[in-house]
Design a protein around this ligand. Sequence first.
Ligand SMILES: Cc1cc2nc3c(=O)[nH]c(=O)nc-3n(C[C@H](O)[C@H](O)[C@H](O)COP(=O)(O)OP(=O)(O)OC[C@H]3O[C@@H](n4cnc5c(N)ncnc54)[C@H](O)[C@@H]3O)c2cc1C
Length: 344
Amino acid sequence: MRCAIVGSGLAALAAYATLRHAGVPPDEIAVFGTHADPTEVWRRRAGSIRQERMRSESDGHLAAPSFPGLALRDGSLRALGQTLTNRYRPPVALFLAHAAEVRARSGWDESFVERRVRHVRAVAGGFELDGDGPFPHVLLATGHPGLARVDGAVHAYEPHEYAPQVAVIGAGMAAATEWRNARAAGAEVVSIRRRPPLRRPLNVPRAYFSKRRLDAFHRLPPRRRTALLRELAQPSYPPGREWDADVRLVDEPPPGFQLIAATGFRKGFREDMLLADLVDAHGLETHDRFLSLAPDSTVPALTDDRRTLSVAGVAGQWAFPAADTIAGAKYAARAFTRRACRTR
Ligand SMILES: Cc1cc2nc3c(=O)[nH]c(=O)nc-3n(C[C@H](O)[C@H](O)[C@H](O)COP(=O)(O)OP(=O)(O)OC[C@H]3O[C@@H](n4cnc5c(N)ncnc54)[C@H](O)[C@@H]3O)c2cc1C
């Protein structure tokens, strides 16, 4: 077995599809994950906030080649027009239907093994996963380590209905979506937030998806890189009138209000048992809450000409600030595939 992917979410499927597109057969890839359906975890979260359109654009899909994008699949002239000016937001249903196709035609199910991996260890010839292996090339795509909960509140990413009076904690995309939802359900809505909302179309400024800005980012010394990543992690939601919600700001939830925590996820590699164990076992370099990675999303101390340890998803931010997006999943997937195929 040449490659292993640990994790079974969107980033794992993007990596799997990319390996398959490069000609790696299913019997040379093992996917160890908790969910056979790679969209299940994401779908539940997006469904809970009743997300109808993606925040990402036409190329925000999980197939290996960017073209054709979702705008073309959408088929309407309006979609094609909007995509020319970066204004097309694919419907969630279209994204999910396409992801199901990618799953089916890539052979994902042939490679999937239902198992939570606890320990990754570098050994001669690659990596052992809980003692199995060695696998020469391993991609860790374990996603977010859990929801950031608030006592007494339902988390926005868990199924819920709306009471007549709702207090939403947070100032990001989930909070903005929840203001709209609760208002549409006829509720009185108040907002509790630590800072004024930041408005931007994508969750990280578009420049950070370009090679030029990424090169500059990779040259930053660790302290500045850490500070920048913390700044970029601030919650945001898109500009535009459709998102302008007239909500009353309060410091505390008023008595009797339903409390919804649109507070996102717990943060940092320490919160992920597998990553914390790996860092401790191999004394890996970290900065603040970030795992230090090479620009191609590999762990430098454990990667050489014959073996690869890569990180995709939110834990890959040291290499790609927007790692927790579909574009970020593909960035890690492509670099991993290049390495895995170089030594075939
Ligand atoms: C509501 C919402 C809307 C979003 N909208 C967009 C959007 O429009 N566009 C965009 O680009 N991005 C969007 N994102 C961001 C991003 O695409 C998601 O966060 C995406 O789910 C990340 O995929 P992942 O595979 O890293 O993590 P996940 O989808 O969380 O998957 C990780 C999987 O790995 C499993 N796992 C964890 N640890 C182990 C282990 N040790 N062993 C085995 N399996 C393990 C988990 O159980 C889970 O199944 C959105 C995110 C959310 C929450």
